[in-house]
Design a binder for this molecule. Sequence first.
Ligand SMILES: Cc1cc2nc3c(=O)[nH]c(=O)nc-3n(C[C@H](O)[C@H](O)[C@H](O)COP(=O)(O)OP(=O)(O)OC[C@H]3O[C@@H](n4cnc5c(N)ncnc54)[C@H](O)[C@@H]3O)c2cc1C
Length: 385
Amino acid sequence: MTTTVIGAGVLGLCTALELAAAGHPVELLEAERPFAGASGRTFAWVNANHKQPRAYFALNAAGIAAHHRLQDRWGRYGRWFHPTGGILVDTGPSSAATYAARRAEAQEFGYPCREIDGAELAALEPAVDWPAAVTGGLFFETEGYVDAALLRDGLLAALRDHGVEPQIAAVESWSTVSGSVELRMRDGGVRSAERAVLAAGAAARTIAERSGAAVRIADLRERSARTHSFLGITAPVDVELRHVIVSDRMNVRPQFDGRLLVQVPSVEHRAAEESTEEQLADVRAEMDGVLAEFFGDRVTLERVILSGRNLPDDELTIAGFLDPDERVYALVTHSGITLAPHLGAVAAAEVTGSPDAALDPFRPSRFDRADAPVTGEREEFIGRQ
Ligand SMILES: Cc1cc2nc3c(=O)[nH]c(=O)nc-3n(C[C@H](O)[C@H](O)[C@H](O)COP(=O)(O)OP(=O)(O)OC[C@H]3O[C@@H](n4cnc5c(N)ncnc54)[C@H](O)[C@@H]3O)c2cc1C
């Protein structure tokens, strides 16, 4: 039975690869190009840090483990996963309380975390000019990051090994008819599929609406600091950064081409504004200022992009069938870089008849219940993505 995967972001590629590698026929439809959505504009920190509730933590921890397996299995196509460990630093006056709370949370969930002093911090990251107020931090040894472009190329090469190439074709809507799925395409055509995985990121919302179904995720046409974030990309730098660093001032990590990726919490509220050249220049200047606190004048931004999150209304994963006949399966999540190797494997198993109870808290139907989760304010916390 052929499965049609809609969307060639990280979730669609991982799901298609798992299906193909298990010997199931797969077709992959992509509106624009692989990683055209959030997967191509992501910070890509692989972590289960401060992920609540426990079931969502467990999913992210499984994601970290699955990255090792994916990298080991397809390593001939590149090295994209860097399990370097992650450093968390609070530069503010309440750092002791921050570290105590985050350590306690990690301990409760069995997430490896240890306190480091200033000397160890300097040894771990000698290239950073740590502000004088920073006397230590936390180290999360299982964390790391992914070079998203290299992951994309590795997944595409592995898919090619199984005879699967993404087809450039945009799906408008679907209907389920007598044991199959009819896909109406943007070019006016119609395709028939035996079943479909909707991994179209933020577009899953409108595709589902047009099909008489609901995928409860943010509408990215409305901008806010909850749904959007500024991502800074530096020029290639002569700074040897070794880990992902998250802090109240800045998140920063290395990239394979000598650039650094940067997020700065103090500019995030501006994501709600209308985006203009002037605003981006202001944001960039502020981000450059924060970078200078940690790197002096060795690092400057090359560009800043505004990036939308594929954000389910309760900020947890959505994974499961949308129809009673179990023909159309929705797979949308934030933290999708961390989660994709695991979710892709589980989704592939579920659509081919092996349900996984660990995904029960994440079914799309949870939003239809009387006690349905509601859209909340996003909590501010160090390392927020
Ligand atoms: C600023 C930012 C920082 C982030 N940082 C992290 C992080 O540090 N760690 C982490 O784990 N996650 C992070 N994320 C989240 C992560 O990047 C996303 O959850 C993940 O990339 C989502 O992948 P996806 O495959 O679901 O969606 P997408 O990457 O959005 O892919 C969807 C694909 O579907 C295609 N498509 C759209 N419409 C159609 C259609 N009609 N027909 C066919 N195809 C269609 C699109 O072109 C696109 O290629 C971050 C996200 C953002 C925005």
